[in-house]
Design a protein around this ligand. Structure first.
Ligand code: ADP
Ligand code: MG
Length: 367
């Protein structure tokens, strides 16, 4: 059967409400075998609900969920969590404190004969490099090691999908990067399909093959990290995934201009004359000191030192502000008159209302 299974996981119009709150609203998602999908959005947007629906800890009000070709939730059908081929890793790793590492990992393997169980436990503990800690108890391990045990336990029964809900949020910043690298390494090397919830934008972009951005129970965009960051589908995605400033702009005969001047040409807008908004990220905005200019033009109103880069905020004559990353050594003091421009070669996102547009309304699609 598995050879014919095209997707490890399918969500088809899955909805779930709690009273008036639509925690999941028409979720549609297809996850390929071996794919690592990150799920991100503001607190309360429904990330955990989505995972709990897949795990079988919640029932959808409507829609269908298919895991490795088997419908586990849908009209007239509901598989209990233990009947689904899912592994769970949560923030509070929920290891059994009174069981040793190996017995924690063996917990989900009761279907296997004893000798096979022992072999599988040894195998997954090897994968997470904890073979030498098999006899220890959870309190004798570091937070990172406990999280690796949790992953080993999730992987042991060979699930079709592993679900991880903010697995690193209880770890401190330094440990986090290391544990993340180890855990993602294990998911990759084992070809595990995973749905990974995080509230950290950088984490979502850096580890996901695809990033699903949610807001208020809906999927706003499900796309590659590059597209989510460089071609956000909406104002919400643009501002949630990284810093973004929005300026009123105008397209006239394929030329895009805004308060800081010409931004770029926009092929496909040849005969248009329309107002839009342009999304500018701080790495796309260049600054140069406006030597000899006094008053009236753009000026620096804030400087934030971030170490390798320095974030400058510039107020334009309209009162709007733009942010610009400058190299470590560049620090224009507050009050410095500057010229702001858009870095050459940038193809910025354009918005009409809250949606990104790639062509003027009514235009034939680009071929
Ligand atoms: P996230 O994980 O993105 O922070 P959740 O999925 O936990 O969001 O919650 C989504 C929404 O559903 C929130 O408004 C939350 O308060 C609500 N919610 C989640 N679980 C329950 C529940 N068991 N009972 C009532 N409301 C819930
Ligand atoms: Mg949550």
């Amino acid at each position: 059967m598995s050879a014919s299974v095209e997707h490890a996981l399918v969500l088809d119009q899955v909805s779930r409400s709690y009273g008036d709150v639509g925690a999941a609203r028409g979720l549609d998602l297809r996850v390929a075998p071996g794919e690592l999908v990150t799920l991100i959005g503001p607190s309360g947007c429904g990330k955990s609900t989505a995972l709990r629906l897949v795990a079988g800890l919640e029932r959808p009000d409507s829609g269908r969920i298919v895991i490795a070709g088997e419908t586990v939730a849908g009209p007239g059908r509901f598989r209990q969590p233990e009947q689904r081929r899912v592994g769970l890793v949560f923030q509070d790793h929920a290891l059994f404190p009174h069981l040793s590492v190996e017995r924690n990992v063996a917990f989900g393997l009761t279907d296997l004969p004893r000798n096979e169980r022992a072999a599988r436990v040894a195998e997954v503990l090897g994968l997470v490099r904890l073979a030498d800690k098999a006899k220890r108890y959870p309190h004798e391990l570091s937070g990172g090691e406990q999280q690796r045990v949790a992953l080993a336990r999730a992987l042991a029964p060979r699930p079709a999908v592993v679900l991880l809900d903010e697995p690193f949020s209880s770890l401190d910043e330094n440990l986090r990067a290391q544990v993340r690298a180890e855990l993602v390494g294990v998911l990759r090397s084992t070809g595990t399909t995973a749905l990974f919830v995080t509230h950290d934008q950088t984490e979502a972009l850096s580890i996901g093959d695809r990033v699903v951005v949610m807001q208020a129970g809906r999927i706003e965009q499900a796309d590659t990290p590059q597209r989510v960051f460089e071609s956000p589908a909406s104002r919400f995605v643009a501002s949630f995934m990284g810093d973004a400033d929005f300026l009123p702009a105008h397209v006239h005969n394929a030329l895009l201009t805004c308060e800081v001047g010409v931004v770029s040409t926009v092929p496909g807008w040849a005969h248009s004359d329309v107002d839009v908004e342009v999304v500018l990220r701080p790495h796309e905005v260049a600054l140069a000191p406006a030597v000899g200019r006094s008053g009236g033009g753009p000026e620096v109103v804030a400087v934030e030192y971030h170490g390798a880069f320095v974030l400058h905020t510039v107020r334009l004559p309209s009162g709007r502000t733009l942010r610009s990353w400058q190299q470590h050594a560049v620090r224009y003091p507050v009050g410095t008159p500057v010229d702001a421009s858009v870095v050459a070669g940038v193809t910025p996102t354009l918005l009409v209302g809250d949606r990104a547009v790639v062509a003027p309304a009514g235009a034939p699609p680009l071929s």
